[in-house]
Structures are given as C-alpha cells and as structure tokens.
Design a binder for this molecule. Structure first.
Ligand SMILES: Nc1ncnc2c1ncn2[C@@H]1O[C@H](COP(=O)(O)OP(=O)(O)O)[C@@H](O)[C@H]1O
Ligand SMILES: [Mg+2]
Length: 271
C-alpha cells in the first residue's frame, strides 16, 4: 500500500493492481511526498481496485486521518445499480433489480427477448453469453452459470431492456461487441476527463459527443457523488443513454489520458 500526498493537495492510497487500464504511478507524474504522520483530517482517494467493504475501508482510513472522497452512501449510490437507477430512470435502459434470479415467466411479464442481464455492480468480464440473453432456453443455461460464476453469484441479479447500440469497428475476444461508448469522470459535478470506453479497438469518433456528455452531466448532477464515473453510449437509433455509473475510485481509466485527468482534479482541489 502506497500512501502519497499529491502536490500537497490530497492523499492517494494506492496498490498496484496489475491491471494496466487501472494502475497509475503518481510518483512518476506529480510532486508527491509521503508524510509519516498525518495531521488533522485530509482528503483521500483510494486506488486499490475493487473495494470489498467500503464502510469498513472508510472507517479505517478515517482513523488514520484520511477522509475518503466518497462517503459510504455516496459509494453505494455510485456503484450499485439498485441505488443509482432511481435517479436516472429516464436516461438509462429500463431495469428491474431482483433479490434472486427471477423465474422466466416473471422476466417475460416485463421484458421481451433478448434481455441484458448483469449483477447489480457488473457483468462477468463482459462475457456476452452471460449478459445478452436471447431466449428462454438461453436464460436457463445462463442462470445456471450465474449461480456458479465467481463474479456474479453474490450480486443481486439485474435484468435490463436490451437496447441495440451503435457498433464500432473491431472486437475483443470473449467480450460483448464494442459500441460507441465513452467513460467520463466527474469531480463534484465537473467533468475532469472523458475518453473511449473500448480502448482495446481502433479509435472511434463521433460528431455529437457533446450531446452525450450533456446526458452524463445530467446524471452527475442528479447523483451528487463527489468523485463519479458515468459511462454513456449512443443507441442504434441515435440517442445518448447512460450505461452505468461507478465510484471513480474503483474505475479503470479506459481511453482517458491519466495525467491530464489527475491534473484536472488537482486544479479543482483547493490546497
Ligand atoms: N441494456 C443494454 N442493452 C444493450 N447493451 C448493453 C446494455 N447494457 C450494457 N450494454 C453493453 O454491455 C457492456 C457491459 O455492460 P456494463 O453494464 O457496462 O457492465 P460492466 O459493469 O461489467 O462494465 C456495455 O459496455 C455496453 O456495451
Ligand atoms: Mg461497464
């Protein structure tokens, strides 16, 4: 665990997670110091990958004099579909959240095939077989695998309307087909960075990205989470929608230039 103070403005507690889309070495890019004693209470950002129990983490850091940028409530509102969906219902595909995998009849009473299935936090590494469910038969297989999947089994099952998205060129083996989707980072309602979500394929472009960013901004304004990520995409019929939100502390950078992102955050924080 590396505890660094960045440009004397805030602390970052980080671990090298080993995921190149997530890791960033602050010491290489910014003036950092490593005070061995922390006076009073300082703002802190966690970059340690997925956080198992955020409330515990928050309390632990507070005892060290580090106040994590997002409170436990703000963290849930950012990262659990169950908590952010009520704020964004009109900006994102229609969704139902279940306590356990629903019976097929129940799904059919709300949705038409195909459906999009995920856990309240995430899919199983963007595996299409477990997320884009074509039929009753497919659901029977996928729900069996859901129960045994290490990423999915503990999450609340979520069923969403399948909304065809604008495809982009290229594919990533084993993953959902990439579409015109972007990731945006928000610091207290201000956009501090955005970029392509599918960084693994050839760069794609879009002329009306501003309209997409405006939708993401609406989402950020409603959620009021200090450090938030909003992913948004263009539908095949030309609308911009929110795909999901997350706590920015847990989010990978995707195609976003990292140093510029953190520079923007630094600019927003009073010394
Ligand atoms: N309702 C939907 N209809 C169609 N495609 C979707 C829908 N929701 C997500 N997708 C596609 O699936 C991908 C993964 O879904 P997402 O909710 O972002 O899961 P994760 O949390 O694992 O990243 C998205 O990037 C998007 O391309
Ligand atoms: Mg996603």
């Amino acid at each position: 665990m590396n505890v660094a103070r960045i440009e004397r403005k805030f602390f970052v507690v980080s671990d090298e997670v080993g995921v190149s889309a997530y890791d960033f070495n602050f010491d290489l890019h910014f003036a950092c110091d490593h005070p061995y004693r922390i006076e009073g209470e300082s703002l802190c950002i966690l970059r340690v990958g997925p956080i198992e129990d955020y409330a515990v983490e928050f309390k632990e850091k507070l005892e060290m004099g580090l106040r994590l940028v997002n409170s436990p409530d703000e963290h849930s509102r950012a990262s659990e579909l169950e908590h952010w969906y009520p704020y964004l219902e009109d900006l994102t595909p229609r969704t139902r959240i279940f306590d356990k995998l629903p019976r097929v009849e129940e799904i059919e009473s709300y949705f038409q095939w195909p459906i999009f299935m995920k856990g309240s936090r995430q899919t199983s590494k963007h595996n299409p077989d477990l997320s884009i469910i074509q039929s009753r038969e497919h659901y029977a297989l996928a729900s069996e695998r859901y129960r045994n999947d290490p990423i999915l089994h503990w999450q609340k099952p979520v069923i969403r309307e399948f909304v065809p998205l604008m495809p982009v060129a290229g594919s990533v083996p084993g993953k959902i087909n990439p579409s015109l989707e972007y990731r945006s980072f928000w610091w207290h309602g201000k956009c501090v960075g955005w970029g392509r979500y599918w960084y693994q394929v050839s760069p794609y472009h879009c002329v009306d990205l501003e309209a997409g960013l405006a939708v993401a901004k609406r989402a950020a304004e409603r959620l009021k989470v200090p450090f938030l990520v909003v992913d948004f995409a263009k539908t095949l019929d030309g609308r911009w929608i929110v795909i999901e939100c997350n706590d920015a502390q847990e989010s990978g950078y995707a195609g976003i230039p990292r140093q510029a992102l953190w520079q923007q955050v630094l600019t927003q924080v009073d010394a």
